[in-house]
Structure formats: C-alpha cells, structure tokens
Design a protein around this ligand. Structure first.
Ligand code: ZN
Length: 164
C-alpha cells in the first residue's frame, strides 16, 4: 500500500484559506489530522483530491462549495425564543448542535446570532463555511492500514479515546 486508497488511515497537515485571504483553520505547528480515508470523514472534495497521494507529498486543493460545506441557503435561517434551548447552556454564535428530522435523522444546525434583549436565537442550517470555496494546502505526513476496529467504526479515534 503506497498511495492513499479506501481504508487507509492517513495523517495530514492542512491549512484552510478562504478567498478573502483569511486562514480559517490550520494544523501546521500542532497535531496532524488523522482520518480514515473513503468513509466521508473529510469534506468530499478534499477526500477526493487526497486519493492516490503519497506520504511526503504537498499539494494545493481548491474545493468548491458543493464539494465542501454546501451552497449557502438563504431559506435555512430561523429565529427561535431563547427558551427553546437548555437554560444552563451558554448559547454563542458559531456553536453547532444537532436537531432531528421526523425520522430521527440528525440535522446539523449552527447558531447564527443571539439577541439577548429580545431573548431570541437565530439558527441556520448553513455551516459557517457554506458558500465558501475552500483553498487547502495539504502535506501528507504518513499512512497505514486501518485496524478492524477502525473499519467497523468508520473513523479513527483520537488519543482521548471515545464516546460511543
Ligand atoms: Zn468510533
């Protein structure tokens, strides 16, 4: 196994730059990101461009919104009373959480704004990076075969162990 294929456990460093030049995220200088390839653990456009790469390779990957965090949906916003949220949670813009559709499937949602005076919270189905082109700088650090446990879970567990 010399190039990234499905079921490779891959360690990468990444820097994510938006079209306005701001750096949204970076792992350089910290821990590399370890993920299980081919299981939807990264945004689709990045996972697709990592396929076939080798440890030591560095490359730039531009990912359009449709293959990243989705197009921005102006219908995706809704304002709710603060009482719709647990009173003991400090609700802040940018926080993500899950609701459920009528079949019990998780729907990811984000807090867009909090109006303390009106006691209202605006939520959105748009990921904070929806509608943005994602410009990744990638360095493939290492790779190995997945363990049976990782394959059965469909992801790699962090050093802190795990939750389910
Ligand atoms: Zn797991």
């Amino acid at each position: 196994m010399s190039t990234i294929v499905k079921n490779s456990v891959v360690s990468i460093h990444y820097k994510l730059t938006l079209d306005d030049g701001s750096i949204a995220d970076s792992s350089f200088g910290g821990d590399a990101l370890v993920y299980l390839h081919g299981h939807g653990n990264l945004v689709p456009g990045l996972e697709r461009q990592l396929a076939g790469k080798k440890p030591g390779e560095k490359f730039e990957a531009a990912v359009p919104p449709a293959e990243g965090y989705g197009e921005y949906d102006p219908q995706g916003e809704q304002t709710l009373p603060r009482t719709a949220f647990p009173p003991d949670v400090d609700i802040q813009p940018g926080m993500g959480f899950h609701s459920e559709d009528d079949k019990g499937n998780p729907i990811p949602l984000w807090v867009k704004a909090v109006d303390a005076q009106k006691k209202q919270v605006t939520i959105t189905t748009n990921h904070p990076l929806a509608g943005q082109r994602l410009n990744f700088s990638i360095e493939v650090v290492s790779m190995r075969a997945a363990t049976k446990e990782e394959l059965s879970h469909g992801h790699v567990h962090g050093p802190g162990g795990h939750h389910h």
